[in-house]
Design a protein around this ligand. Structure first.
Ligand code: NAP
Length: 330
């Protein structure tokens, strides 16, 4: 009998065909709507494997309803929406898609940094609504990127890729991690510092730590108060790392200059969210890894993880190696 897998969103035909070679696949067919919780709860009862996105909350209560489940293949590098402890306790493997999206997400992070610094969205809106009457010396002036100072909080794969881009812009780069990275310091000329120094000294602060209970609201009122009035905050990691209320007031009151946000505490972000009312915020709908090539490769990697796990092999991107694939072999 073929193992049964549930896929929570419409996938590229080629990747679907690959899954169907060895598995019985049930798919949530809607492309632009997440699978309702009750459907997921029903489908997971019979599933040996789950192919999911970051839009699904894979919590302990859901896993209780999944007696056959052996593997959860997540189509993202971040897995804060999955209760890893509960999955591990039940002997369920969890996989992610690290690496493949690093450069694409670093591109987006840098694009957001530049768009925010030079007010690209605001300027485009200005022109489109017919407000452009004449060239003026200080019209829509922004902040320089070239030669400025960047602080990266969370110098992992994506953080390092952003640092490489910053070096091409002759930026001085500070970083803060829990552990130092002497190799990156030497190769890229980065400077390690504590978070307070990084916040005080940087013209741009990029958040690239994973979202965990320990990083929730890592940036709040006190941290924003340390930043320069001319500084720009960029978040392409996860929304919950920033206290959005504190950020709103810091931006509205001119305590910091601007913010570029790809991610929000609640996604999709409600249209009446206070941060969307501010002209000095550039907002994006969580598109960090959204290049065609990268999204297809991510889906392919997630499918490989799933198939390997179901075949009783250790998947390449196992997040909880405490679970031994051989034990979960049917
Ligand atoms: P990674 O390689 O694991 O890097 C994360 C870095 O954060 C590590 O170097 C880690 O170093 C550091 N870190 C962890 N906790 C920290 C803390 N409390 N304080 C300071 N530093 C801390 O992950 P990645 O591949 O670069 O991805 C980073 C995050 O980006 C993901 O978790 C995901 O949420 C997000 N992401 C978003 C998008 C998007 O579409 N916007 C796309 C891809 C990824 P230490 O352990 O030494 O502290």
């Amino acid at each position: 009998m073929k193992p049964k897998i549930y896929v929570t969103r419409k996938l590229n035909e080629g990747i679907l065909a690959k899954l169907e070679e060895t598995c019985e696949v049930t798919l949530w067919e809607e492309e632009n709507l997440p699978v309702p919780r009750e459907v997921l709860e029903r489908e997971i009862r019979e599933a040996d494997g789950l192919f999911c996105l970051l839009t699904e909350q894979i919590d302990a209560a859901l896993l209780e309803k999944a007696p056959r489940l052996k593997i959860i293949a997540n189509l993202a590098v971040g897995y804060n929406h999955i209760d890893i402890e509960a999955a591990t306790a039940k002997g369920i493997m969890v996989t992610n898609t690290p690496g493949v999206l690093t450069e694409t997400t670093a591109d987006l992070t840098f694009a957001l940094l530049m768009a925010t610094a030079r007010r690209l969205v605001e300027s485009s809106d200005y022109l489109r609504r017919g407000a452009w009457v004449t060239w003026s010396p200080m019209l829509l002036t922004g902040q320089d990127v070239y030669g400025s100072t960047l602080g990266i909080i969370g110098l992992g794969r994506i953080g390092e890729a952003v640092a490489r881009r910053a070096k091409a812009f002759d930026m001085k780069v500070y970083y803060h991690n829990r552990t130092r990275k002497p190799e990156a310091e030497e190769q890229l000329g980065l400077e390690y510092c504590d978070m307070a120094t990084l916040l005080r000294e940087s013209d741009f602060v990029c958040i690239l730590v994973p979202y965990t209970p320990g990083t929730r609201h890592l940036i709040g009122h006190n941290e924003l108060a340390l930043m320069k009035q001319s500084a720009i905050l960029i978040n392409t990691s996860r929304g919950g790392i920033i206290d959005e209320t504190a950020l709103y007031y810091a931006l509205a009151e001119g305590k910091i200059w601007a913010a570029g946000l790809d991610v929000f505490e609640q996604e999709p972000v409600p249209a009446n969210h206070p941060l969307l009312t501010l002209p000095n915020v550039v907002t994006l709908p969580h598109i960090g890894s959204a290049s065609i090539k990268t999204r297809l490769r991510m889906a392919d990697i997630a499918a490989d993880n799933l198939l390997k796990g179901l075949a009783g092999l250790t998947p390449p991107n196992l997040v909880n190696p405490q679970v031994d694939a051989r034990d979960t072999k049917r």
